[in-house]
Design a protein around this ligand. Structure first.
Ligand code: FAD
Length: 385
């Protein structure tokens, strides 16, 4: 039995780990990713704001050493879901079961002017480059803006605005700066009224301009203004954007997508193709695009596969539950616990913000690296001087 896991992000790593734990050498798990290592989304913020070194947040895939698991670093160039076969730059792989966990691709070039005069903080290179850009910034109009929906980790732009406040304050240039947050949503985190309220209070207390229900359509390089979807304009000295998200081209070309993303059975994560599952950001399962949800879906797929291999029926189905950590700045973190069930409005309970929860967030990252890579890593450790 061979299981192909496409993509070694949150979903692919959790799935491969669980299958290796269960089957050891009994089952052949091939995990394919084009990257050199895994980086948590929140580590991007840590690097750009100078809270962690780039080298300390990349977890190299070559360190993966689990029974029955083979990691192949290569780019997937075609997926044939009907025949459970993928083409890569390193040859063809066939599986008995295929799990697509290829995430969402980011397309900064889709927003006119973004690449020329703006910055994006969602890709690894974009966030790492911003570390240098921010260290040279002398103050002015800072805009954090979203360019399309859906986008990963809906709290991340709010966190970025709050961390930017701290960053500019510590550098003594907050008084010479203005921070604006342009979001397509009516409130910062719609599934959690309590978290939204706490964020709006935090923005007001820090004099951060909250610009809801708008999207950045383009940046004008000559006039240094962003143009919003309602035609209004805002001047900027530093623009930090959330770029356009889309399913990887190889997924779209495979014929698995409908309206841009892979539809799945929300309880089992099965796609329309027999023995092909999809998890995480690449799907339209109905949960936000965030690592915790990809991980939860991966563990359900693992149970499905384990039951099939063992000849039983899986009892566990996907419950849409996730716990998100939310940076408020000043070393304070809040926790939002939320469940997305189809047909019901999700309600996210808020805890914190507090320093105790900041420690819990550190343990969240540390525990995943221990589990997936069998190595010790301290998430959120201060940068060595
Ligand atoms: C700034 C920021 C902060 C975030 N903070 C959080 C947070 O605090 N908590 C949280 O839960 N989530 C957070 N997220 C979101 C989280 O990072 C993603 O939602 C999560 O990684 C999705 O997991 P996934 O497995 O679906 O896809 P990914 O983790 O994106 O993995 C997909 C993998 O597929 C690979 N791939 C794609 N195409 C190919 C190809 N053709 N060939 C080979 N390999 C390919 C990629 O290299 C990648 O490794 C944040 C995101 C950002 C940008």
């Amino acid at each position: 039995m061979r299981i192909l896991v496409l993509g070694a992000g949150f979903g692919g790593l959790e799935l491969s780990t669980r299958l290796s734990e269960e089957f050891g050498e009994e089952v052949d798990v091939v995990l394919i990713d084009q990257g050199e290592g895994f980086v948590f989304g929140f580590s991007k913020l840590d690097v750009m704001f100078g809270r962690a070194l780039p080298s300390s947040v990349v977890h190299p895939y070559h360190a993966l050493a689990k029974p029955g698991l083979r990691f192949v670093q290569t780019t997937i160039t075609a997926i044939d879901p009907a025949n459970k076969c993928v083409e890569t730059e390193s040859g063809v792989f066939e599986g008995d079961i295929v799990v697509v966990a290829l995430g969402a691709d980011l397309d900064p070039a889709a927003t006119p002017g973004l690449v020329e005069v703006g910055h994006e903080f969602y890709t690894v290179p974009g966030a790492f480059e911003l570390r240098e850009v921010l260290s040279r910034f002398e103050g002015g109009n800072v805009i954090v803006g979203v360019t399309s929906t859906p986008f990963k980790c809906p709290p991340a732009p709010s966190e970025t605005a709050l961390l930017m406040h701290d960053f500019l304050t510590e550098r003594g240039i907050r008084h010479a700066s203005r921070i604006s947050l342009v979001m397509p949503l009516g409130v910062p985190i719609p599934p959690s009224p309590a978290a939204s309220e706490a964020l709006l209070v935090a923005f007001a207390a820090r004099d951060i301009d909250w610009c809801p229900e708008r999207i950045v359509r383009s940046l004008d390089p000559d006039r240094k203004v962003v143009v919003l979807n309602d035609g209004s304009e805002m001047a900027f000295d530093l623009f930090l954007g959330v770029p356009v998200h889309k399913a990887p081209a190889v997924v779209v070309e495979s014929g698995m997508t409908v309206d841009g993303w892979i539809p799945v059975n929300p309880l089992t994560l099965e796609t329309a193709f027999a023995d092909v599952y999809a998890v995480g950001d690449v799907t339209s399962v109905g949960t936000p695009k965030a690592g915790v949800f990809a991980e939860g879906q991966a563990s359900v797929v693992a149970e499905q596969i384990i039951s099939r291999v063992r000849g039983g029926t899986a009892d566990r189905t996907y419950d849409g539950h996730g716990t998100c950590y939310l940076e408020f700045g000043d070393d304070l973190v809040a926790r939002v616990d939320v469940t997305f069930l189809s047909g019901e409005a999700p309600i996210g309970a808020l805890e914190g913000p507090s320093r105790v929860i900041a420690t819990d967030k550190g343990e969240f990252g540390t525990s995943r690296i221990r589990r997936w890579f069998d190595r010790t890593w301290t998430s959120g450790a201060p940068e060595p001087v």
